[in-house]
Design a protein around this ligand. Sequence first.
Ligand SMILES: Nc1ncnc2c1ncn2[C@@H]1O[C@H](COP(=O)(O)OP(=O)(O)OP(=O)(O)O)[C@@H](O)[C@H]1O
Ligand SMILES: [Mg+2]
Length: 373
Amino acid sequence: MAAVNFDKVVKSFGAFTAVHGLDLAIDEGEFVSLLGPSGCGKTTTLRMLAGLEFPTSGEISIGDRVVNDLAPGERDIAMVFQSYALYPHMTVAQNIAYPLKKRGVPKSERGAMVQKTAELLQLTELLSRKPRQLSGGQQQRVALGRALVRDPKVFLLDEPLSNLDAKLRGYMRVELVELHRRLGRTMVYVTHDQLEAMTMSDRIAVMEGGRLQQFAPPTEVYRAPANRFVAGFIGTPAMNLIDGEIRQSGGTWQFHAPGLTLDCPPLLDSARPGPACLGIRPEGVVFGSGPIEGVVQVVEQTGHENIVVARIGADMRLTGRVGAERVWQAGETVRCGIDIDRAHIFAAGAAGERLNRPGLRPVEAPAVIKAAR
Ligand SMILES: Nc1ncnc2c1ncn2[C@@H]1O[C@H](COP(=O)(O)OP(=O)(O)OP(=O)(O)O)[C@@H](O)[C@H]1O
Ligand SMILES: [Mg+2]
């Protein structure tokens, strides 16, 4: 039994459909991120789960209960918003206690519950302060505390870190992962920040245009993107995507683009000759040797590595991730190659599905800070 289940859920606002037939089964205790560009339907999905919006059709369940007709207060969930929405005139302790008070928990029991939550979030020293006397990160912890204090079945978080500066966001990411590990509760986390999704989640639901594009663990989303949208959306710098066509001669498939001919990685049986797109991550591009001639256009030095953009052919660009030892100069001619074991082939079009078999050779995924569970 999934902890949270969306079954063919549609949400329309008048003539506009924000969520199209969403099927998503989230396991008990899982940390799932809803990830996608602005307007893709993340918040709408979360608000339907919270009971703040009602699906136009389809069914949402939490545990074994269909919750479509239940009010937010009857769903055993807690939600943390982007704006912390703390009550400015109340102390930290009063803010955390508020949901208990609203639910009629007797005053005699509230104190201990607030104390326990404050300890969990290291807020004990701050309980008598007002929100304006707290830093952004502390305010966000109080907002979390207000959600945690009731010990709900499912936590819903909508971009809770987006108002914090980069350093604090990094710190809070680790805190949230640690909190999730300790509580073991199901968490659904909305973000458009792929680093957050990659580093915190058990699985990521990638959405675009109100449709689920892929639902898989972070490394799988990175190594075996289901389609061209996911391939281009996940990863920084972005995957190189080169339009061309695939042809079959004898038993072998080749990818052709102007000035570029390559053997394809092993393709699925569903592949057909015709327009297609080659995808290669910057770490799969070799600079310094190879069959392709390019001209270095831009070099970004990040300290531990260099990001090199080279022009190949008339109007193609190839971005590579190379060691910092060799300094490349703009204007320099460079030989490049593509590590075909790391390449993908996608069907033509913005959402073309992946046509190659996934995961022949492990590709180094971005550093994952998620603590062992
Ligand atoms: N109450 C509403 N009435 C009409 N359209 C709405 C309403 N709420 C959301 N939408 C539309 O539905 C789409 C999805 O909105 P949603 O807020 O779910 O996006 P999101 O993925 O959370 O984006 P962001 O990353 O910007 O927060 C958008 O095009 C939005 O304009
Ligand atoms: Mg949103």
